[in-house]
Design a binder for this molecule. Structure first.
Ligand SMILES: [Zn+2]
Ligand SMILES: [Zn+2]
Ligand SMILES: [Zn+2]
Length: 253
């Protein structure tokens, strides 16, 4: 399976509009972060996690020629705002897009995109099938998906484990039982917003503590804010098996 980080930035992306901080002014491509999303590709199946505001640009720049399913972590705008653009795949694939997420996320999508879920549909709007999921593992074609419960302040969110890869964003709390689902995983992506503490996201120190508990082969920090110093400055401080994820980074697992 091939994993591609399509975006690794927090809700505003990096650089932030009109900001002149050192990270926003950095010319290092690793400091240019679209909103967080990852693509999981195996021989037959392409699965995306989240459709943020940069979904269209991400599909174009990574040349994703087909998409079988979308998994949602939670309903915040930086994870769902691009849903309207799945129309492109509806036209080409001549079928609805298969969406997977919790019931609460479906309700939020109904609210944000009422026309998509309307009984009498306007022609040309996105076509979707929504699959309500809980914490039980499920399959998309032959790929097994294991949902992982975490908390984003008080909001329950889902991370996902697929084979030897685990993805956990927008959280600042996870129970030991849920961590058991990912202990010793080969590749582990986790949010690390900034150095300073935050009410609903792990900061760098907290993310490193979770990584030590999980004990992955390699960890990738994602959902990064411009308040994190430039990657080239911070990376030497990180443990050997931890790196910042960067946009368009691909790993084979
Ligand atoms: Zn987010
Ligand atoms: Zn900035
Ligand atoms: Zn969020």
């Amino acid at each position: 399976m091939k994993i591609t980080f399509l975006g690794t930035g927090t809700s505003q992306g990096v650089p932030v509009i009109a900001c002149t901080c050192p990270t926003c002014l950095s010319e290092d491509p690793k400091d240019k972060r679209l909103r967080s999303s990852v693509l999981l590709e195996d021989d037959k199946t392409n699965i995306l996690i989240d459709t943020g505001p940069d979904f269209r640009q991400q599909m174009l720049r990574t040349r994703v020629d087909h998409l079988d399913a979308i998994l949602y972590t939670h309903e915040h705008r930086d994870h769902v705002a691009g849903l309207d653009d799945v129309r492109a795949y509806n036209y080409i694939q001549k079928k609805p897009m298969e969406l997977y997420g919790e019931e609460r996320v479906l309700r939020a999508l109904h609210h944000s995109f009422p026309y998509i879920f309307a009984e009498r549909k306007y022609p040309g709007i996105p076509q979707v099938n929504y699959h309500k999921i809980g914490l039980d593992p499920f399959k998309i074609n032959s790929t097994v998906i294991i949902p992982i419960r975490a908390l984003h302040y008080r909001l329950p969110v889902l991370g996902y484990r697929v084979g030897d890869f685990a993805y956990l964003t927008d959280t600042n709390s996870i129970s030991p039982e849920e961590l058991n689902k990912i202990r010793g995983v080969g590749h582990f992506a986790i949010c690390a917003l900034r150095k300073k503490e935050h009410i609903s996201h792990y900061n760098l120190e907290q993310a490193l503590a979770v990584i030590r508990e999980v004990g992955p082969g390699q960890a990738y920090l994602t959902h990064v804010s411009h308040m994190m110093e430039p990657t080239a400055i911070l990376e030497p401080e990180l443990p050997e098996n931890v790196r910042f994820a960067f946009d368009m980074q691909s790993i084979e697992i």
